[in-house]
Design a binder for this molecule. Structure first.
Ligand SMILES: Cc1ncc(COP(=O)(O)O)c(C=O)c1O
Length: 356
């Protein structure tokens, strides 16, 4: 067997339904749907009752339109191919006052969502006054113009509990929304929350029409004290024991003295997965699951790894790197790397990919 990336479609859809509950969600499907596959994810989310999608790439936004003629597609990055945005009926961010003045004529007929910068500083209008200036200029513009459909921001600190920044950015954002609504502006869509904010707030923030959810829909928890039952991982990454070899105390195993056996009769399973398959080096500092028991990984090579095992493990046994019992989010909280980082690293060109 070559190592396998395997997805249980029913579980994926069931998780999306659970995450959604009765709330309107916009599914974030950027980066090939967090590496789960854009076509697969969009169709599965539709089955789970989600009709709104967002991505950072125009290329992906166009593909979503091909898949779903009626969906709402929101492009989170500023782009400059305005004809394509119009042709594919994509709604897009309005990322700054400067962008507005420069491209307001090009934006005619395009539905935009005004973006507030907040603490991340990646994009967006810097101040309420800058938003007001644009709104007044827009109101006074008698030419054919853009259509203001939404208001949005992105929280940079919703996943952090040790610092005050989430409360600061949340409060700043809510005041912006309240001010604009009290001044009589109306927005068809108001959205800000990623997975962490959505669970922290136990649903949508006031005035919000949607939450913009990524990682929870893909089966990983955004923070460690969130109940595991709330989010289910449908992905399994597994490999196989090729041989079990015995080494003795003091023997070095793997390249560059990667592991030194501490005892005589140490058993090392040679497993057919490595960093060439996208397993992070930091992940290999932890365990793998064989026949329901966890064993320590001792060395990681391009196409192989060593796992220290006992006599119960044999050639051809299945070695699980990730499934719902040994989840991606567990290793996120152990410092291996963000959920999305572990998922994105997996090499779909060398792993066998199956959707069951
Ligand atoms: C702008 C924006 N919104 C929403 C999300 C979804 O975040 P999460 O995957 O934590 O739900 C992301 C992800 O990085 C993002 O960049």
């Amino acid at each position: 067997m070559t190592a396998v990336w395997s997805l249980d479609r029913e579980t994926f859809i069931k998780n999306a339904r659970t995450v959604k509950g009765h709330n309107p969600l916009m599914a974030v499907v950027k980066n090939n749907a967090y590496h789960y596959g854009l076509d697969f994810a969009v169709k599965a989310f539709q089955e789970a009752g989600i009709q709104h999608f967002s991505t950072t790439s125009l290329h992906e936004a166009k593909r979503i339109r091909e898949l779903c003629p009626e969906a709402t597609i929101f492009l989170m990055n500023a782009v400059y191919d305005f004809d394509a945005v119009r042709e594919y009926r994509i709604q897009m961010t309005l990322p700054s006052l400067e962008y507005y003045y420069r491209y307001k004529n090009d934006l005619q007929g395009i539905q935009v969502h005004i973006e507030y910068e907040n603490l991340l500083h990646r994009s967006g209008f810097r101040t309420l006054d800058a938003i007001r200036e644009m709104l007044i200029d827009h109101a006074n513009n008698s030419k054919e113009k853009m259509i203001i459909t939404g208001l949005w921001t992105h929280f940079g600190y919703a996943d952090e509990f040790e610092v005050e920044e989430y409360n600061i950015e949340r409060q700043a954002w809510i005041s912006i929304v309240e001010e604009l609504l009290s001044e009589g502006y109306h927005f068809g869509m108001i959205h800000a929350q990623n997975s962490a904010s959505y669970y922290r707030e136990d649903g949508l923030l006031p005035y919000h029409t949607h939450a913009r959810i990524g990682i929870a829909l893909y089966g990983s928890r955004p923070y460690n004290f969130l109940d595991e039952e709330k989010i289910t991982q449908s992905l399994t990454v597994k490999a196989q024991v090729i041989q079990v070899r015995e080494v003795n105390k003091g023997d070095y195993c793997g390249y560059s003295f990667a592991f030194q056996a501490q005892h005589d009769h140490t058993l090392l399973a040679v497993v057919d997965i490595g960093y060439g398959d996208g397993l992070l080096k930091s992940r290999a500092q932890h365990e793998a699951l064989i026949n329901g028991k966890r064993y320590p990984i001792r060395a990681l090579m391009m196409s192989h790894m060593f796992v220290e095992v006992d006599e119960s493990v044999n050639a051809e046994d299945e070695v699980i790197l990730y499934n719902n019992d040994i989840r991606v989010d567990e290793f996120t909280f152990k410092g291996v790397g963000a959920n999305s980082e572990q998922l994105s690293a997996l090499n779909h060109h060398s792993l066998i990919k199956e959707i069951r």
